[in-house]
Design a protein around this ligand. Structure first.
Ligand code: SF4
Length: 333
């Protein structure tokens, strides 16, 4: 996804779309907010035309899917006032819309003009990704009234998309307690006519700053086991800073590990990768191991840094390498 919010959004998007070999998604409200700030000095002054013009322009550029935060409604502010949250609203698009509704005392334009957005999506064959503006941003807010109120609205918008023949998926669910992840996926699938679930996290703990790619992989694997369809990468920089290229690589690898852990239960080809690597590992065939490893470069670097006494052991057990000890006992396949 192109989540740019700074200068030259337009140029960045066009470059990404031109060079990407995979589908590209955007959050059009970011560009609409920037347009309003430039033209009128404030994101509070976003106009409907800013939104629809941005969506149309991005569609013409060849964007494949749009995140649209149409499930957060004006009455959300009242619910939030009654049921204060620890984590507030952590979705950037959600916060922009919530503030706009609060300041202007008007309904969410993405909700009110959803049919106009569908017209563009239909014409340019864009998939709608229904954004979870109210995903919990703290374990204390996991599966709260706000989150569920938005899911209910999204379930009605899904039907509109499906009736118009516009492909749709649903984003969610954010910071979720470990024992509520499965229930969240089941609930989403039931309420949203089995529309694909695009998983953000879920993060089952808040105290792993610097390691949230691991937190997310734990939650993502559990969600995938229940039928989640699409894992969003969370990087180690989450909650701390803009990620570096290395952070993104680590996040992608963590997500791939989570996805593969579930895929190997479902697909023979994926399981075969594990079986083959296990064979080579038992026989200490390092080059073959590297070929099948998700992060080949790191595996090679670690092996190279080990001061081994013999090629067929590593420095973990050295001469007491258990695999080498049983080599001659003919116990391996
Ligand atoms: S030394 Fe220990 S960790 Fe290394 S390959 Fe042998 S058994 Fe495995």
């Amino acid at each position: 996804m192109d989540l740019s919010i700074g200068e030259n959004i337009d140029k960045i998007r066009k470059t990404i779309v031109k060079n990407s070999s995979v589908p590209v998604g955007t959050v059009p409200i970011y560009e609409a907010a920037q347009t309003a700030e430039k033209r009128r000095g404030s994101i509070d002054k976003i106009k409907l035309d800013d939104i629809l013009d941005t969506i149309k322009e991005q569609a013409i550029d060849g964007v494949d899917f749009f995140t649209i935060h149409a499930g957060i409604l004006k009455n959300t502010i009242d619910i939030l006032n009654e049921n204060k949250r620890v984590g507030g609203i952590v979705s950037r698009g959600g916060a922009i819309i919530a503030r706009w509704m609060y300041v202007n005392r008007k309904e969410n334009p993405l909700y009110e003009h959803f049919d106009d957005i569908l017209d563009i999506a239909k014409k340019y064959r864009i998939t709608i990704s229904l954004g979870d503006a109210l995903r919990p941003g703290a374990i204390a807010d996991s599966t709260d009234r706000l989150q569920l109120s938005e899911l209910f609205v999204l379930s009605t918008l899904i039907k509109k998309c499906q009736a118009r023949g516009v492909q749709v998926m649903v984003e969610g669910p954010g910071h979720i307690r470990l024992d509520e992840i499965a229930m969240n996926v089941i609930l989403q699938k039931k309420m949203c006519s089995k529309a694909p679930f695009y998983i953000l996290g879920p993060l089952p703990t808040d105290i792993a700053s610097g390691y949230d790619h691991i937190t997310s992989a734990i939650g993502g694997a559990i969600a995938a086991m229940q039928g989640a369809d699409f894992l969003c990468v969370v990087t180690p920089a989450e909650h701390l800073r803009h990620p570096s290229a290395e952070d993104i690589k680590e996040g992608i690898i963590a997500s791939r590990i989570a996805a593969h852990s579930v895929d190997l239960l479902r697909f023979k080809d994926e399981r075969e990768k594990d079986n083959t690597l296990s064979y080579y590992r038992a026989h200490r065939k390092w080059e073959n191991i590297f070929k099948l490893t998700i992060d080949k470069e790191k595996a090679k670097r670690y092996r190279k840094s080990a001061k081994v006494t013999s090629e067929d052991v590593c420095t973990m057990c050295g001469q007491f390498c258990s695999l080498k000890i049983i080599d001659k006992c003919h116990l391996l396949k």
